[in-house]
Design a protein around this ligand. Sequence first.
Ligand code: ATP
Ligand code: MG
Length: 152
Amino acid sequence: MEFQTNSKIETVKLGNKIGALLKSGDILILEGDLGAGKTTFTQGLAKGLGIDDYVKSPTFTYVMEYRGIIPLYHFDLYRLRDPEELYDLGFEDFIDQGGVLVMEWGSLVEDMLSNDGYEYIKISLLKTGENTRTVKIWDTPKGQSLYKELSR
Ligand SMILES: Nc1ncnc2c1ncn2[C@@H]1O[C@H](COP(=O)(O)OP(=O)(O)OP(=O)(O)O)[C@@H](O)[C@H]1O
Ligand SMILES: [Mg+2]
């Protein structure tokens, strides 16, 4: 389940397409090095969720909320020391509120989430050139249903 993008705009467009398919309570783990395009992709997700605000990296706040028909909670977990801290950030409340949760550096909490019984979508971005990226949707159950919907 891989896509290639050849510009920032194409990554935003792919994010937009995927964002439009996300549902209340979805958790999306974003993986990829510094500058891979996680925030760029999230800008597209927000558009797809009908959010017009400009999405920027929430590094210093850990989480930003954007109001749309479905609220978007955009996490940047780069500075997280312990996966359990995710709960201190209000993670469960955001799910109860029916939000979509997107986590840059979400691999840091992946094991904890699966141990705690959460289903999630995992997407990685890999820089293959100055302007090219490989975007991979991992084979989790939620990732598979997303992929089916995308290929319709
Ligand atoms: N195909 C592409 N897709 C996404 N971004 C691209 C692409 N080509 C070039 N870029 C550039 O790469 C950079 C990606 O930055 P972005 O902030 O989205 O990365 P990030 O993964 O969120 O980084 P960080 O780990 O620092 O939060 C931007 O400057 C963007 O213009
Ligand atoms: Mg970022």
